[in-house]
Design a protein around this ligand. Structure first.
Ligand code: ASP
Length: 447
């Protein structure tokens, strides 16, 4: 068994967190390859090193003195090294970086968060440090070159055995540093897992995996023990984000499961993300409920639309023209709605409505705003007749007006639109109606 363990910023925020990481890594010999983020927040009022480094770049851009900020960053690293008695000459190396700061690109500056955290953790864990610039290959355009990167990591592992790699950055063939999006250390971890062909990709963070609902809305929501990649996409899209979305692709393609674990509570089971049916005779009917507020629908009515061709396309191309991403398109016979995030259209809504009037001469265009979407996600929903009926009954009994109903085509989610003001109540109502309900897992019979 071989595992990649990726530790997020909060897992390495200070010397105490480094100690927890060491215990975790040493308690399982399968944890041979480690990926690490830059030291994160030590408490809610603290700053992530990555944020401070972005701020350093802004100071340089606007000619504001950046030295005090850099000194803060240095102190974070120095105190970790000092408390753990590390030999890595962090002061010397950081001073060198600081003295040359004006010669570096913003990407290089920001990547030093991961670089220095990685140097310190590699020494502390007794692992060899590999600079991500040597193996994570980016195209000049800024996208990652997957084939080259996988090849590089594979060759490296063959040659050197276990290693520690800082996440979040890589380099172009001309050695210019490039970054993934924020939170992109998860992608590095996934690429390493895929390249080495490990059995499990562990993603260590500060929560014990996904919860079946937002704990700010539902008291003590049940943790999700197992989730499929598609379910995770649905829930993350609706705001329940634990993992960088892009990070699932490299491992999913080859069937490597991901487990989300909590560095501060390592014995909690966490959440396994996998498409393989696991050995469970009973499963939850609903995996999770998530949602977002502030949607808006532009409803277009055009009599005899059902026999005319091209109306929806014309309207959609108007949204495209304004660069607005369309979330859903509920349709009727002679009408349809275009559902978008209200914030995406706040300065072009009138122009869009005007263009629709000019382009398709509708009988009516109406804007319905201030509604929320709640997604009820579950791989078992499709096999259980009556789930949607029960959702609607529960919402009806609670006096919640349903403004929109959609079912995802794979039948793993049912989405309802409610007024923004009913959002929390709708989630609680659906959760209480059956989020804890168990059903027979057919997959376990098939084996
Ligand atoms: N340090 C980077 C960030 O804060 C990347 C990561 O943590 O994955 O976004």
């Amino acid at each position: 068994m071989i595992k990649v363990a990726k530790f997020g910023g909060s897992s390495v925020a200070d010397a105490e967190q480094f100690k927890k990481v060491k215990q975790i890594v040493q308690s399982d010999p399968a944890r041979k390859f480690i990926v690490v983020s830059a030291a994160g927040r030590r408490n809610p009022a603290d700053n992530k090193i990555t944020d401070l480094l972005y701020l350093v770049c802004a100071h340089l851009q606007y000619h504001v003195d950046e030295i005090p900020l850099l000194e803060d960053v240095k102190q974070r690293f120095v105190s970790i090294a000092h408390e753990l008695n590390l030999k890595y000459p962090i002061e010397e190396k950081f001073n060198e970086f600081e003295n040359n700061i004006k010669n570096y690109s913003p990407e290089y500056i920001v990547s030093r968060g991961e670089y220095f955290t990685g140097q310190l953790l590699a020494e502390y864990l007794g692992l060899s440090f590999v600079d991500a610039a040597e193996v994570i290959r980016f195209h000049r355009s800024g996208t990652v070159s997957k084939t080259k990167t996988l090849h590089n990591i594979h060759e490296l592992a063959k040659k050197t055995g276990p290693f520690l790699l800082p996440g979040f950055y890589g380099a172009t063939p001309d050695k210019e540093i490039r970054l993934f999006d924020r939170g992109g250390g998860d992608i590095t971890g996934s690429l390493v897992a895929r390249a080495i062909g490990v059995d499990l990709y562990e993603n260590w963070t500060d929560v014990s995996g996904f919860l079946s609902a937002d704990p700010r809305i539902v008291d003590n929501p049940r943790p999700i023990l197992r989730i499929t990649f598609d379910e995770m996409r649905e829930l993350s899209y609706m705001g329940a984000s634990v993992l960088h979305e892009e990070s699932i692709f490299p491992v999913r393609e080859v069937g490597i499961p991901i487990v989300i674990k909590n560095t501060n509570d390592p014995f909690a089971p966490g959440t396994i993300i996998s498409d393989d049916p696991m050995n469970a005779s009973m499963e939850h009917l609903i995996t999770g409920i998530a949602g977002k507020k502030n949607f808006l629908s532009v409803n277009v009515k055009k009599n005899h639309m059902s026999t005319a061709v091209g109306t929806v396309r014309k309207v959609l191309s108007i949204f495209e023209l304004y660069g607005v991403s369309v979330e859903h398109i509920p349709t009727g016979i002679d009408s349809f709605g275009i559902v978008v995030h209200a914030s995406d259209v706040h300065d072009c809504l009138y122009d869009i409505v005007g263009d629709i009037q000019d382009e398709v001469q509708p009988d009516e265009v109406k804007v319905v705003d201030k509604f929320a979407l709640v997604s009820i996600v579950g791989r078992n929903i499709s096999r259980h007749v009556g789930t949607s009926g029960r959702i609607f009954t529960a919402l009806g009994r609670a006096g919640i007006n349903i403004r929109l109903i959609m079912q995802n085509s794979e039948e793993i989610s049912i989405i309802v639109g409610v007024d923004d003001s009913d959002f929390e109540n709708a989630i609680r109502t659906i959760y209480n109606a059956f989020a804890n309900e168990l059903v027979e897992d057919e997959a376990s019979d098939e084996r």
